[in-house]
Design a protein around this ligand. Structure first.
Ligand code: ADP
Ligand code: MG
Length: 268
């Protein structure tokens, strides 16, 4: 059950900085030597503040971004060339739920078409099978069948994120990469979406990569946690261990566990 689905080994992604000019090239190391293993049926939490390289890591995992250097081991084999077909295979085994469902869904496509689309792209099943799958999925994410005829703009943020989750499940992935899936939502629906993800993970035996800037959220969902800072994994371990005995000063800061210099005990 816990065998690796995908491993990143010393992966670097270097972007040309947005401030770069032709006279002075500047670079950002969004991933600066990241090694991570995503396992079947397990939740890996990735936590770190904005700009630490979490979304870039998510994109590399699902085949949307190409590493500048480093190795990806996928289905037990090192990926030699990052071809279109490799990226397609990655995208099928690992699918992603982004932060903002409003931008992730095509505003002019009905929910039904948004869910049919990945199956059509991958030529999966008969028309009747695809229709049946769509009806299954909409129920699985807790929406009524009538939602299939809606356009994204007719749904609430929470409902849209449910649709995005259904879309991520269409191709029966082994792993869902959820990149801050509740950050753009009203506080009142965040817990529902987190519960839905947890239920689906358990029911379907999915692996999950759960990304958040909020360490408390990550804590309750994850088996293992990687803390990222400036493109590097600065701490990694079992969730409980990272929480109870963080070794990295940055993790301690995230946890608010760093002893304050102003504590009376430190003055004496
Ligand atoms: P996070 O998701 O943790 O906020 P990101 O992975 O989005 O972090 O970004 C990591 C760093 O890479 C940031 O400094 C960001 O500005 C930079 N970055 C991300 N995408 C690009 C891009 N397409 N071009 C240039 N810089 C980028
Ligand atoms: Mg991000």
């Amino acid at each position: 059950m816990n065998e690796p689905v995908i491993e990143l080994k010393d992966v670097h992604v270097r972007y040309k900085a947005r401030s770069s000019t032709i006279f002075r090239k500047q670079y950002v190391d969004a991933m600066d030597g990241v090694s991570l293993t995503v396992k079947r049926g397990q939740t890996l939490g990735i936590v770190g503040e904005s700009g630490s390289g979490k979304s870039t890591s998510a994109k590399v995992l699902v085949g949307l971004e190409k590493p500048t250097s480093g190795e990806i081991v996928f289905a037990g084999e090192a990926v030699q060339k990052f071809t279109r077909s490799v990226r397609r295979r990655l995208g099928r085994i690992l699918s992603v739920v982004f932060q903002d469902p409003a931008t992730a869904l095509n505003a002019r496509m009905t929910v039904r078409d948004a869910l049919l689309d990945p199956m059509q792209v991958h030529s999966m099943g008969t028309r009747a099978q695809r229709e049946a799958k769509v009806r299954d999925l909409i129920g699985m994410v807790g929406l009524p069948a009538s939602a299939l005829d809606a356009l994204p703009g007719q749904l609430s943020g929470g409902q849209r994120q449910r649709v995005a989750i259904a879309r991520a499940l269409v191709l029966d992935p082994q792993v869902i990469v959820a990149d801050e899936p509740t950050s753009a939502l009203d506080v009142s629906v965040r817990a529902q979406i987190l519960n839905l993800l947890t239920d689906l993970k358990n029911e379907l035996g999915l692996g999950m990569v759960f990304i958040s800037h909020d360490i408390q959220t990550v804590r309750y969902l994850s088996d293992e946690i990687a803390v990222m800072n400036k493109g590097r994994v600065v701490e990694f371990g079992d969730a409980a261990q990272v929480f109870d005995n963080p070794t990295d000063p940055y993790t301690q800061t995230l946890l608010g566990a760093a002893p304050s210099l102003l504590e009376p005990a430190n003055l004496s």
